[in-house]
Design a binder for this molecule. Structure first.
Ligand SMILES: [Zn+2]
Length: 110
């Protein structure tokens, strides 16, 4: 993967409101399309990213009911995806950072 620090094989997977793939070294957001994995796996990654933050009510900026449960399911899916990525990219180092929105909103919002 091309990025600011050169050619990275050190990835960080952390869901955000854009792509969920980052260079673990220079923290640049990488294009999922450029990952050397199957289109199917890219699609799964994009579908997963799209669900990010669904447990927050953006109108009131508060956690929805069962937010921690929803986030837990989301984080589990992420873990499964990262396992698939590691399998598809054996020469890459892939770190997974689960979402902690509940933690952020839980302390900030109350
Ligand atoms: Zn980099």
């Amino acid at each position: 993967m091309e990025c600011s620090c050169g050619k990275t094989t050190n990835l960080l997977i952390e869901a955000d409101f854009g792509d969920a793939v980052w260079c673990a070294v220079c923290k640049v957001n990488l294009d999922v399309d450029e990952l050397p994995v199957s289109g199917d796996l890219k699609q799964q990654l994009e579908d997963w990213t799209r669900d990010f933050g669904k447990w927050i009510d953006w109108d009131s900026d508060l956690l929805k009911n069962d937010a921690d449960k929803t986030e837990g399911v989301f984080n589990q899916k992420g873990e499964v995806l990262v396992a698939k990525l590691r399998e598809a990219l054996p020469s890459f180092t892939i770190t997974y950072q689960p979402s902690n929105l509940c933690l952020l909103y839980g302390t900030a919002g109350r």
